[in-house]
Design a protein around this ligand. Structure first.
Ligand code: MN
Length: 264
């Protein structure tokens, strides 16, 4: 069937379904380049040492990736395979270096928690990526926070409902600038920490991660085709806890600049 005839048929089907035949058909709509009705701005994160930005495609997060944190969340770290969830791409809140950025206390929660995490940013992807090739897909790394409405996460989990609104809400993914691998290398060890109002709350070595970044990429690629622009929050160490309005969070990771937000 040639394209013209196909378009006529599409038009005829559209008429039959109550749409005017003159309207653009699905065949054209799929390929139409040009303006869109409600343009959505791309979500981007600055790249250190570049005038280009990193456009975020998807935000994946790994759960319970440090044994002590898995135990504090009530699970057995020795038996649990890695699990993942997603945040909406526009949950990104960019946090420039050398600044304390206001972070809005979200609605619906009375127990708002911090989780400091290493974030890995991909320049390419694929399906079923072997562990020994996984790091080839990494563009760079950033320091991030997986902010969590803990009360909602727990309550929905107890009810065996998806804990989406506990994790995947506006501004729930603060992130610092991305540092390319050729500048900072890969992260398999080094201390990650978080302080609230000057008191250290979380502190652990990245070598305490149950699943390494390479293993995370490999495992995730079994469930999803990974692509350039995907970022992975690699899990938080133990001693997560609450913040209230006015608190200042300071995150540190060896070889990356500090990240800081103020809860407002
Ligand atoms: Mn997390």
């Amino acid at each position: 069937m040639d394209v013209t005839r196909r378009n006529i048929m599409v038009g005829a089907m559209a008429s039959g379904s109550g749409l005017a035949a003159a309207q653009i058909g699905p065949a054209e709509a799929q390929t139409a380049a040009g303006s869109v009705m409600f343009a959505v701005a791309p979500v981007v994160v600055p790249i250190v040492g570049s005038d280009k930005m990193f456009q975020v495609r998807r935000i994946y997060c790994i759960g319970r990736n440090y044994a002590a944190h898995a135990r504090e969340m009530g699970s057995d770290p020795t038996r649990e395979p890695p699990f993942f969830f997603q945040k909406p791409t526009d949950a990104i809140q960019n946090i420039p270096v050398n600044s304390v950025v206001d972070h809005p206390y979200p609605s619906l929660t009375k127990n708002y928690h911090y989780e400091v995490e290493l974030v890995c940013a991909l320049k390419s992807g694929g399906k079923n990526i072997p562990i020994d090739r996984a790091l080839d897909h990494v563009f760079g790394y950033a320091l991030g926070l997986d902010m969590t409405r803990r009360d909602l996460q727990r309550a929905l989990g107890d009810e065996k409902k998806p804990w989406e609104i506990g994790k995947s809400f506006d501004h729930s993914a603060p992130i610092g600038p991305i540092h390319p691998v050729d500048m900072v290398g890969h992260f398999t060890k080094g201390e990650i920490s978080l302080a609230v109002n000057g008191t250290v709350k979380q502190k652990a070595g990245l070598d305490h991660m149950i699943w390494s970044v390479a293993e995370q990429i490999s495992k995730l690629s079994e469930a999803f085709e990974l692509k350039a622009g995907d970022i992975i929050y690699s899990g938080t160490p133990e001693n997560v806890g609450p913040v209230v309005k006015g608190d200042v969070i300071l995150c540190k990771l060896e070889r990356l600049p500090d990240l800081s937000i103020k809860i407002v």
